[in-house]
Design a protein around this ligand. Structure first.
Ligand code: ADP
Ligand code: MG
Length: 370
């Protein structure tokens, strides 16, 4: 096990800058998940850490060792890719034993390590099979097993579950979480799937366009996103974002207006001046909007919209609402009976349940759930 540190790492391909001044400190035994849209540089960061790419500038440390000049094989890391890359002519046992044979370990030691990893991954009954006799999930376990037997300082996973169907993904996600607790080895895990990130991460790193936007625990990112990008990225059903404009300050509230005219209030912050000429954005999570009755009076913010579509998921549902100006928003509800579709419904949220972003998407006001 080891800590991993990146200091001011930059990387370009030809003249396009791909990784821009990335600083990252991963503690020993921690599971860090890199998330971000496709092409933002997640795989490149992993490849830089394991030595498949060389940074243009900056320093990489594994434990106390400066490793920029050390080739991949000398870094003591094990990488698991989306494509399992198993040797087709070898059995599961031979696939898992291969790297250890190359290292000339004794055969009793090799057998012991392979068997132990196979038991952890529940593939010990498959050791004599060839990859073509395995399901996708089983092949992925073999690929993970091959990493475990090497006792690496850290595991680097690059979207290891994205070839699996959704039921299997869920199951493997759970098993990786169990594995993480059992092995306590440093892990860096890349995914574009935020539920995978929320399940596995001690810390999530949100990337955009080669830069780190924010680092925090899953709940820190969920509760206190630094900007609209992170706010929208974290959360199973995306945060609703609606443009609003500033109207005036009152004694305790700052009043804004949705573009359909509905007033939206935030707590007054004495040190912040809003401008009527600038654009602002209201952020509200789907689970923080309630459907309220016509005579409800205690809500901080209320507005109306037409229920345009209902996804009833069984226990709960997602209601799609069209506002009179054509904007759409989604809210999570208990079941709503479908005869409300096409009708106007009234919604409300408490004034401490929403976010306020400036025109550049930076968070001006957030909520504290804790
Ligand atoms: N070897 C390469 N040569 C040129 N461009 C590359 C190379 N590898 C990656 N890129 C570019 O770098 C960017 C980041 O890629 P990558 O790290 O694979 O993103 P992610 O894993 O987040 O989807 C992409 O725009 C990709 O096209
Ligand atoms: Mg990638």
């Amino acid at each position: 096990m080891a800590s991993i540190v990146l200091k001011n790492i930059c990387k370009s391909y030809r003249d396009s800058s791909i990784i821009k001044n990335v600083d990252l400190a991963i503690e020993d035994g921690e599971c860090t998940v890199l998330v971000g849209p496709s092409g933002c540089g997640k795989s490149t960061v992993l490849r830089l850490i394991c030595g498949l790419e060389t940074p243009d500038s900056g320093e990489i440390y594994i434990g106390d060792n400066y490793v920029n000049d050390i080739p991949p094989a000398g870094r003591g890391l094990a990488m698991v890719f989306q494509s399992y890359a198993l040797y087709p002519h070898m059995t599961v046992f031979e696939n898992m034993a291969f790297a250890l044979k190359v290292r000339k370990l004794k055969s009793a030691e090799i057998e012991g390590r392979v068997l132990k990893a196979a038991q952890i991954l529940k593939i010990d009954h498959l050791l004599q099979r060839k990859p073509k006799e395995l399901s996708g999930g089983q092949r992925q376990r073999v690929a993970i097993g091959r990493a475990i037997v090497r006792n690496p300082y850290a595991f680097l996973f690059d979207e290891p579950l994205s070839n699996l169907d959704s039921a299997l993904r869920c199951q493997m996600r759970y098993e990786l979480a169990r594995l993480k607790a059992q092995l306590k080895t440093t892990m860096i895990y890349v995914t574009h799937d935020q539920s995978e990130a929320m399940t596995l991460a001690d810390k999530i790193v949100v990337m955009r366009d080669g830069r780190i936007e924010q680092i925090g625990t899953p709940l820190e990112l969920y509760d206190t996103p630094t900007n609209m990008f992170v706010a929208k990225f974290i959360g199973a059903t995306e945060m609703n974002i609606l443009p609003i404009s500033f109207v005036c300050n009152e004694e305790k509230l700052s009043i804004f207006r949705l573009s359909n005219g509905a007033p939206i209030s935030f707590r007054l912050k004495k040190d912040v001046q809003y401008s009527p000429d600038k654009r602002y954005y209201l952020g509200i999570r789907p689970e923080d909007i309630d459907v309220v009755s016509k005579d409800a009076i205690f809500y901080g913010n209320m507005f109306e919209g037409e229920l345009s579509l209902l996804e009833n998921l069984g226990g709960d549902g997602i209601a799609h609402i069209a506002l009179s100006n054509g904007q759409q928003l989604r809210l999570k509800t208990k079941r709503i009976v479908s005869d409300k579709v096409g009708k106007t419904i009234r919604m409300g949220f408490g004034i401490d349940k929403s976010y306020l972003f400036d025109e550049n998407g930076n968070t001006l006001m957030g909520i504290n759930r804790r």
